[in-house]
Design a protein around this ligand. Structure first.
Ligand code: GLN
Length: 293
C-alpha cells in the first residue's frame, strides 16, 4: 500500500524544482525528503510514516534553499564517492560521478603495475575524493594529496578522518609541484582533475556550479587548458620510469590536451570515455626514461 500524503509532498516538491529549472527534480525531491525523514529514498512511500511539524519545517527550508539553486550536496552536507561519504561545502569542488571513472582507471593501472607499495600523488585534490579512494583501495601504497588551497586541504583532512583514512594520506599545500622537490620524490601514479573551464564560460554554467563551487577549482584560463600546459611541462621529473599520469578533462578538450602533451615529450596511452560518450580521462606516460633506458 502506498502512503498518499508522502507521495503528494514529493510530487509538489518535484513541481517546485521543475519550475526552478533544476535538473533531475525527482532525485532532488526524494533525497531531501529521505534526509529529513531519516529514511532511504526507496523507503519513503513504503513506510506509513508522515513528516511531523518539525520535519515539515526543515524540509521547507531545504526545498526553498534548493529552489535558490544551492547545490543539493551542500544542503545535505555530504556526497557519496567511490563508496566513501565525503563532506563538502563551497570551499571544495563537489566530487562528480565522472571523477569516479578517473579512480577506476587509476585502480586498473595500479593492478597492472603488479607491486603493492605504489607511490600515488593526487594533484589539486580538493575534497580529497581521489586520494582517499585510492588510499581505501590500495592499502599498501603511499598516497599524497596536494592542493593550493589550505581551505580545501582542511576539508580533505576532515574527510580522511571521517573515513578513517587519516594515517593513509599525507597532505601538502602547493601550487602544483612548486613545493615538491624534483628528482627526490617520484611517483608511479599521478592523478589530477585540474580546473578546466575556460574563464569566459564560467558565467554560462548552472548556478549550482557557477555560484557555489570554488572558482579556483573551475577556472582553467582563457581556453581552459592552462593547467594541462603546466602539468605537461612540470610533471616529468616527478614521474617514475614506468609511471602513469591520469587526467580528467572537459568536453571537447581531449585532442588539444594530447597535442600539448605530445609536444612536451609525453606518450598518450589511452583515452577513456564517460557514460555520455565524452572523452573524459586521458592516460599519459613520460617518454624521458624510455629514450634513456
Ligand atoms: N567537472 C566540473 C564541471 O563540469 C569542472 C571541474 C573542473 O574544472 N575540473 O562543472
Amino acid at each position: 500500500m502506498l502512503e498518499r500524503p508522502m507521495r503528494e509532498l514529493i510530487h509538489q516538491t518535484i513541481q517546485r524544482f521543475e519550475a526552478a529549472g533544476i535538473s533531475s527534480p525527482e532525485i532532488n525531491a526524494r533525497m531531501i525528503w529521505a534526509h529529513v525523514m531519516g529514511l532511504e529514498t526507496w523507503e519513503l512511500t513504503l513506510r506509513k510514516q508522515e513528516p511531523d511539524e518539525d520535519q515539515r519545517k526543515i524540509a521547507e527550508s531545504l526545498i526553498s534553499a534548493r529552489e535558490k539553486r544551492i547545490p543539493l550536496q551542500h544542503l545535505l552536507g555530504s556526497v557519496g564517492f567511490c563508496g566513501l561519504q565525503l563532506d563538502v561545502c563551497s570551499e571544495v569542488l563537489i566530487p562528480r560521478p565522472e571523477t569516479e571513472l578517473l579512480v577506476e582507471t587509476a585502480l586498473k593501472i595500479a593492478q597492472e603495475m603488479d607491486h603493492a607499495d605504489l607511490r600515488c600523488l593526487d594533484m589539486a585534490t580538493g575534497s580529497g575524493c581521489i586520494a582517499l579512494s585510492l588510499a581505501e583501495a590500495l592499502p599498501e601504497s603511499t598516497i599524497v594529496g596536494v592542493d593550493l588551497s589550505n581551505d580545501a586541504l582542511k576539508w580533505a583532512k576532515h574527510n580522511a578522518e571521517k573515513n578513517r583514512l587519516s594515517n593513509r594520506v599525507n597532505w601538502v599545500c602547493s601550487d602544483l609541484w612548486e613545493s615538491l622537490t624534483p628528482g627526490q620524490e617520484k611517483w608511479d601514479i599521478v592523478t589530477c582533475n585540474p580546473p578546466y573551464i575556460a574563464t569566459h564560460e564560467i558565467q554560462t554554467l548552472e548556478p549550482e556550479v557557477r555560484d557555489h563551487d570554488p572558482v579556483l577549482a573551475l577556472d582553467g584560463g582563457v581556453d581552459g587548458l592552462d593547467f594541462y600546459r603546466r602539468i605537461a611541462s612540470e610533471a616529468v621529473p616527478f614521474m617514475r620510469p614506468a609511471g602513469k599520469l591520469i587526467l580528467e578533462c572537459g568536453m571537447g578538450q581531449a585532442s588539444s590536451i594530447i597535442q600539448i602533451f605530445i609536444s612536451a615529450s609525453w606518450f598518450a596511452n589511452e583515452i577513456i570515455q564517460d557514460y555520455n560518450r565524452t572523452d573524459r580521462i586521458i592516460v599519459f606516460s613520460p617518454l624521458h626514461e624510455s629514450s634513456h633506458p
